[in-house]
Design a protein around this ligand. Structure first.
Ligand code: ZN
Length: 448
């Protein structure tokens, strides 16, 4: 009997803005591994890494396939995976640097930590290569080989915290680059029939369909949701007017806020995702382009927070903040040309509203008309009856607040893959679900 090996095959950075998709390459690998007769120990994992990393590919998503097979097959598996990358990855593109890692046995703690760091901060290729060497993982990098980092990070993220699923369906080669023929009304119907268990199907403000990407890549559509059953049920409700080549259900950290960690303002550095809590310092302002900026301080420092147009309700709430308000802001840190840091808002929680006090001129004690200033320190004069009062002062008046404490997110169309949508609050789940059950890919290479 052959020794049974537990294997984790990580894959990253094989696509480019001009085409390809790491998940599609994974789907081809899955087909090959099924034919080889491996025993799957989890759904294929789609791991989104720090969306603010400077060298990210489109979605900054990496893949890990976890399975058991005879140890003597591992060389062949790694060789076939390398061939597939060489054949299918967009290697010609200047920013595509694929990486492939194969780790045998249980995942060591240091690789798990490396994964958390890749999702919440920045990692180097050097760190990844050292870990691969230390734990005897096979690693193969193409060109700069940056994808090795993402591939190892995907291996290290076992999704034992909150997670979701995505069914990704792919197009036949001749359709790639053409508009995707998915009936919009069927997406809205599917959303109504499956909510809250699926999310980000379309943008209610604009009606834009979000399950279909727009690029020339092989992805026809992706349905995101809480369970394999619901994403499959939702997929079957869609009216699709073009052939589907294949589909696969991935388990993923999408929609879980996995990248966000609490930090002090003084600790913020470019490219870090962060959650900060503090007080609004100055009244918000709108800058050219319609973006709203307000600054928040927490005692360790002060940072500008930016709500970008178009972000609908979030932008309106940001514009209504007032000095003294207590807020929790989550997002990615960006460095401006002048070295100044800005936190790009992905989520805004208004915790406490301060009284908004505005200074008003006093009313005339004789006729009630609002008085006018006669100059700094010179008192006020009534424009109606002419009364002068050299000792009158401005009075503080509490203005109504037109916002409420609560949680505000950008509209679905401008949310990150990792951002937890409002619909998911209360639906969080924990712990790996074990081997895939039922139908999780189509066509199954052994059950055609
Ligand atoms: Zn008067």
């Amino acid at each position: 009997m052959s020794p049974e090996a537990l294997a984790h095959l990580g894959l990253d950075d094989t696509d480019s803005p001009r085409g390809g998709c790491t998940t599609y390459l994974a789907a081809l690998l899955i087909e090959y591994l099924c034919k080889l007769g491996v025993e799957w120990v989890d759904y294929p994992n789609l791991i989104r890494l720090n969306p603010n990393a400077p060298w990210k590919t489109r979605g900054n998503g990496a893949i890990c396939l976890r399975f058991r097979c005879g140890r003597e097959l591992l060389d062949e598996v790694f060789a076939r995976a390398s061939e597939l990358v060489a054949e299918e990855a967009e290697i010609w593109h200047e920013n595509t640097h694929p990486g492939l890692v194969l780790l045998e046995g249980p995942v060591p703690s240091l690789i798990k930590l490396f994964a958390k760091k890749a999702i919440r901060s920045l990692v180097s290729l050097d760190e990844a290569l050292k870990l691969c060497a230390r734990y005897g993982a096979r690693a193969l990098g193409f060109k700069l080989g940056r994808g090795v980092s993402g591939a190892l990070a995907a291996i290290g993220e076992l999704l034992t915290g909150d997670y979701t699923y995505e069914l990704l369906a792919y197009r036949t080669p001749e359709r790639r680059g053409l508009p995707r023929a998915v009936e919009a009304s069927s997406v809205v119907e599917m959303d109504e029939a499956t909510r809250p268990l699926t999310f980000n199907n379309y943008d209610p403000e604009t009606g834009r369909i979000l399950i279909t990407p727009r690029g020339p890549d092989p992805v026809l559509l992706g349905v995101r949701g809480e369970s394999p059953d619901v994403v499959l049920r939702a997929f079957k409700m869609l009216r699709i007017r073009e052939p589907v080549e294949r589909w696969v259900i991935f388990r993923t950290n999408q929609g879980t806020d996995a990248h966000l960690v609490r930090r002090l303002v003084g600790e913020l550095r470019p490219h870090l995702p962060a959650i900060i809590t503090g007080r609004v310092e100055r009244p918000p302002k709108t800058i050219p382009g319609g973006h709203v900026i307000f600054s928040v301080s927490d005692g360790s420092g002060e940072i500008d927070c930016a709500a970008y147009e178009p972000s609908g309700q979030l932008r309106r709430v940001a514009l209504s903040l007032w000095p003294g308000d207590v807020v929790e802001v989550a997002g990615g840190v960006r460095e401006g040309p002048d070295g100044r840091l800005t936190l790009n808002i992905e989520r805004l929680k208004v915790i406490e509203l301060a009284p908004k006090l505005l200074a008003e001129n006093p009313r005339c004690p004789r006729c009630g008309k609002r008085m006018k200033s006669m100059g700094r320190g010179k008192g006020f004069r009534c424009p109606k009856c002419g009364l002068r009062d050299s000792r009158a002062q401005k009075t503080l008046v509490e203005a109504p607040r037109n916002i409420r404490p609560g949680l505000y997110l950008p509209p679905p169309r401008s949310q990150r893959h990792l951002t937890k949508p409002l619909r998911r609050y209360g639906l969080e789940k924990y712990g790996p679900p074990g081997p895939p059950k039922g139908v999780w890919l189509w066509p199954h290479p052994l059950r055609r």
